[in-house]
Design a binder for this molecule. Structure first.
Ligand SMILES: Nc1ncnc2c1ncn2[C@@H]1O[C@H](COP(=O)(O)OP(=O)(O)OP(=O)(O)O)[C@@H](O)[C@H]1O
Ligand SMILES: [Mg+2]
Length: 349
């Protein structure tokens, strides 16, 4: 089962043992984020969920060791992990590889599971106590393909158990809602727009009544524009992250392409809300208007919230929207919400 009811306002709460603090984790197509209490206080850490493969030479290994760069050695190859993988690939004019695609674990990447295991081990370390609670994200069922999140859930669970944690799957978009409304029963829509997919959750009094995903996100934007202008997706991603402003008119053909792809992504999302929520018997009749929370790296483009709000005007939803808000830290909201839900589940035992 994916999620339980999140009910933050419980009566007297049992004190949490210091060594039993929960951990929140977000394993995504582009990044792995962790939210936990550490020596520097409560906060997040993030690492690209990426690797770059080079031949296993002694000189390369010595260089990586000397510079404390994490790598895996397998079959005469060195797999450089996380941020350094992006830097090496960039320097050599080559593409980074990813263990996940469109939000799902890519079992076609032979070393993908080992790569994730190694990044998790460096970000999380071993559990501080046996069965330390950990909430980790799982996507909703895609409405635009037949792929399954079954592998994510069961494989990540076993990797986390090996590190000594007691992992609990939590819907990604539910975690986003809880991250922004931690103090009460939340009714609203959470949306996480990441690199590989968009996750949606409609929550009623903290019960996730409708969840789904669309396998389109930041990578779709990069690849579509790259294909059209004859550049690599990695270059388009850099331009998108550094220069794009959806509130200003596009200044060149790449920016025109980026604007058009954002339009396409937001329109797909808005129409899906109209179709899926409109057709669902699980969405209660709401008298009060409800908020929509936008999160995930794709909403970091300035002007995203306003553009999405304007596209949403063109569809009819089964309830009024009170406000559209951006998560405080779009790259960490899922991990933070997973932490809060894991903590609540722990306290309500
Ligand atoms: N400033 C920015 N402007 C636009 N897009 C950005 C910006 N910064 C990051 N992104 C995009 O955000 C995406 C990564 O977001 P995120 O870390 O939320 O995804 P993920 O959780 O790993 O993926 P998913 O949830 O789809 O599996 C990438 O496509 C990246 O290019
Ligand atoms: Mg995500």
């Amino acid at each position: 089962m994916v999620f339980g009811k999140f009910s933050p306002k419980k009566k007297p709460q049992r004190a949490v043992e210091p060594d039993c603090e929960p951990v929140g984790l977000d394993i995504g197509t582009s990044n792995i984020a962790v939210y936990k209490n550490s020596d520097s206080g409560l906060g997040g850490k993030i690492e690209p969920n990426a690797f770059f493969c080079v031949p296993s030479l002694k000189t390369t290994k010595d260089f990586l060791d000397r510079n404390n760069i994490r790598f895996l050695e397998k079959n005469d190859s060195l797999y450089i992990l996380g941020k350094p993988a992006m830097e090496f690939a960039g320097m050599m004019g080559q593409q980074t590889r990813y263990p996940m695609e469109s939000g799902m674990l890519n079992l076609g990447e032979d070393e993908g599971i080992n790569v994730i295991e190694s990044i998790l081990s460096s970000l999380l370390g071993q559990a501080q106590s046996k069965d330390q609670p950990l909430g980790f994200n799982v996507p909703g069922k895609p409405i635009d393909s037949n792929t399954t999140a079954m592998f994510n859930e069961s494989i990540f669970k076993s990797l986390l158990e090996n590190l000594g944690y007691r992992p609990r799957p939590i819907n990604e978009a539910m975690a986003v809602l809880v991250s922004e409304f931690p103090d009460g029963h939340v009714t609203g829509i959470g949306i996480s727009m990441g690199g590989g997919m968009c996750n949606v959750c409609c929550s009623y009094l903290s019960i996730p009544v409708v969840t789904y995903s669309i396998q389109k996100g930041g990578n779709f934007i990069d690849q579509t524009v790259a294909g059209s202008v004859g550049e690599s997706p990695a270059i388009i991603r850099i331009i998108k992250e550094q220069n794009l402003d959806l509130a200003s008119a596009p200044k060149n053909s790449i920016e025109h392409g980026l604007h058009a792809c954002y339009d396409n992504l937001f329109t797909t999302l808005a129409k899906s809300l109209e179709e899926i929520l409109g057709a669902s018997d699980n969405v209660p009749k709401l008298r009060k208007a409800v908020p929509i929370v936008l999160s995930g790296g794709a909403v970091l483009a300035p002007g995203s919230r306003e553009k999405f709000a304007s596209i949403l005007q063109d569809v009819t939803l089964p309830f009024e929207v009170s406000e559209i808000i951006l998560a405080e830290s779009p790259l960490y909201a899922t991990a933070k919400g997973a932490y809060l839900i894991a903590k609540e589940q722990m306290n309500s035992k």
